[in-house]
Write a protein that binds this ligand. Structure first.
Ligand code: SAH
Length: 347
């Protein structure tokens, strides 16, 4: 007998779900009830939808699947950070991280299996992109980390960063749909101000974000403001160079009036000269911004080494002297390979 593939019920919009129930001779309202189970209640089993009749649950079971994620394995760091191996319905694995600080809990979520880009210093880049995550698969990572935060830190999740595996802007529609659900009253009702999407800098897509008038924050992994250096460490820069990135960021700011955060690692012998610092200062003049100097987390590659403290201090002093806000970020969860750039399914 030929079996037809069941449809992922969370791929349906609320209206489509309502229409489905009408087509089954039921009330459209049933669609609202099921939608609430699927999203705000993050229910993964039709059997648990207790206000839906037994017959209707069986009918849903016959027609649809819920492709929820499973947290396959949790690793806890000494600093409280938890790295999750997240198994998808087709057995691919991505990673997500729960990062607790004294007054908040941040979820770091993945947007792709592997990554489409080729940054030389990033462990995820060693895996090629296998597929994009669906909105519900990103949403589920957030729900799972919210539960962990309530369990281990006695408080709900407060912030979300799209800084796990993948390039969010290369999975644009699904990433935006996931944020729509996370921020919606019918989802998790979180403020978009608490969400940051990080990109390696895809100019066309940054402009699209501005056109779509998104309300979340944008971070750009800059790492160098000199084309000859950036192209070496982030080869796609040959195609999307700094001039086009700068132009896209100017467009972003003109439309959204939101300042951007530049993530920046200082490496020994790569971008630790005065020329590098001056180029960054110049780049920062384009739009209001903040520079986040992040510590390099070694991956199995000797080309890259964290610059010495003097070089980092010189960056900080020069940026500050030019009126640019700069912060220094120490990575969390290093002992379990959960820090920035270390997500690569080692296990
Ligand atoms: N592709 C997006 C989302 C990933 S975010 C982006 O590039 O922004 C992951 C962040 O960690 C990026 O800022 C990236 O530049 C940084 N990163 C990558 N490898 C790292 C490493 N080995 N040590 C520290 N940070 C790293």
């Amino acid at each position: 007998m030929k079996t037809t593939e069941k449809k992922d019920i969370r791929a349906l919009t609320k209206d489509q779900l309502r229409e489905f129930f009408v087509s089954q001779g039921d009330k459209a309202f049933r669609g609202n009830q099921v939608y609430e189970w699927l999203w705000s209640k993050a229910c993964y089993d039709f059997e648990d939808m207790t206000n839906i009749s037994k017959e209707t649950r069986a009918m849903l079971e016959a027609n649809f699947v819920i492709n929820n994620i499973k947290v396959d394995r949790q690793q806890r760091s000494n600093d409280g950070t938890i790295k999750n191996a997240v198994k998808l319905h087709d057995d691919f694995v991505v990673e997500s991280v729960m990062i607790p600080t004294y007054n908040r809990t941040t979820a770091c979520v993945s947007s792709q299996v592997g990554c489409s880009l080729d940054c030389k210093f990033c462990a995820t880049a060693k895996l090629k992109r296998l597929r994009n995550l669906n909105p519900d698969e990103i949403y589920d990572q957030v729900v799972a980390i919210d539960k962990q935060s309530r369990l281990y830190n006695n408080r709900p999740l407060s912030n979300i960063v799209y800084m796990g595996m993948g390039e969010p802007l290369m999975n644009y529609n699904n990433v935006l749909k996931s944020i729509e659900k996370i921020t919606s009253e019918e989802g998790l009702n979180m403020s978009p101000k608490r969400i940051t999407v990080s990109t390696s800098g895809v100019p066309k897509m940054i402009k699209k974000l501005a056109d779509d008038e998104v309300k979340f924050n944008l971070a750009v992994s800059l790492h160098s403001a000199r084309d000859e250096v950036r192209t070496q460490i982030m080869p796609f820069n040959a195609k999307f160079d700094l001039a086009s990135l700068r132009e896209a960021l100017e467009y972003w700011y003109a439309k959204t009036k939101k300042r951007v955060t530049y993530e920046y690692i200082v490496w020994k012998g790569i971008n630790d000269t005065t020329e590098d610092i001056n180029a960054l200062v110049e780049f920062c003049k384009a739009i209001p911004c903040k520079v986040n100097l992040i510590e390099y987390n070694p991956i199995d590659d000797d080309t890259f080494q964290q610059a010495n403290d003097n070089a980092v201090a010189q960056y900080m002093n020069t940026l500050e002297a030019n009126g640019i806000t700069v912060t220094l970020r120490h990575s969390r969860g290093k002992d379990i390979d959960a820090a920035c750039g270390q997500l690569a399914n080692k296990n």
